[in-house]
Write a new protein. Structure first.
Length: 261
């Protein structure tokens, strides 16, 4: 199982340095379509100075207050000064548009650990608030995660031929229900839990989020349902994506989001 970030450290398994493991897994929002910054103004890119690629893309994130970004905990293991946040730039190559802010503080959910991958949440405080930009509200009802609904995931991951690299894409991913992922070999052992995760995607491998998309938003009915967290490979048949579910921890997250707001 792999987390869906651009990894520089061994524990995250995949790197941008061309290792054999990285070559086996496609880093992309597989099967997605192009999205505009206007339709998803709250979707942001988390950059890191240590990334070799020119765009410095590291993970995805969500603007949840003018000065707060929510992302995955496994994206937030570096020092705050190494991160940056880009908003309003669908193509990362177009530096004439969008906003940028450095990060002054990183809060990681105290219940997060790499054994069961639960509570995969981090809140970043921006040095320059992005005032005037719509923010995404958190889903607070655990009933929102139910089989049959179709949320949309957003990300800037590499596309390996399915679209331009470092460009915002979206993909509607059916919620398959917790029983689906709980019944997949290796998923329960890797920490999948109905009370903490969302199982969404395609069992035939039609599409999926992937490396570089970690921390990006899974959106349903105008609310943040979950964050890209982990999965087995990318768009592999029988292995849908696993998302960190917002509702069970919404109160704790809001306490952090409101600090310094």
């Amino acid at each position: 199982m792999v987390k869906r970030t651009v990894a520089l450290i061994a524990v995250l398994l995949l790197s941008t340095t061309g290792t054999a493991a990285a070559e086996r897994i496609k880093p992309l929002v597989v099967g997605g379509t192009l999205a505009s910054a206007t339709e998803a103004p709250w979707a942001v890119v988390l950059t890191n100075k240590a990334v070799a690629r020119e765009s410095k893309r590291w993970c995805g994130g969500v603007l949840v207050a003018p000065n707060k970004v929510l992302t995955a905990a496994h994206c937030a293991g570096q020092t705050a000064s190494s991160y940056g946040v880009i908003q309003g730039r669908a193509s990362l190559a177009d530096r004439e548009v969008g906003r940028f802010s450095a990060v002054s503080k990183v809060w990681v959910h105290p219940g997060y650990n790499t054994v069961n991958n639960r509570n995969d949440f981090a809140v970043l405080t921006l040095t320059k608030p992005m005032t005037g930009v719509p923010v995404l509200r958190l889903e607070t009802s655990v009933k929102a995660d139910r089989r049959g609904v179709v949320p949309t995931v957003y990300g800037w991951g590499n596309t390996s031929g399915t679209g331009p690299e470092d460009t915002l894409q979206k993909l509607a991913v059916p919620d398959l229900g917790d029983a689906t992922c709980s019944g997949i070999d290796g998923y329960t052992e890797n920490g999948y839990a109905a009370a903490a995760n969302i199982c969404a995607g395609f069992l035939d491998g039609t599409g999926d989020a992937c490396q570089g998309d970690s921390g990006g938003p899974l959106v349903l009915n105008g609310r943040l349902l979950g964050l890209v967290s982990w999965g087995k490979g990318c768009a592999e048949p029988r292995y849908p994506g696993v998302y960190a579910e917002i509702a069970p921890v919404a109160k704790t997250l809001m306490e952090q989001i409101r600090q310094g707001a």
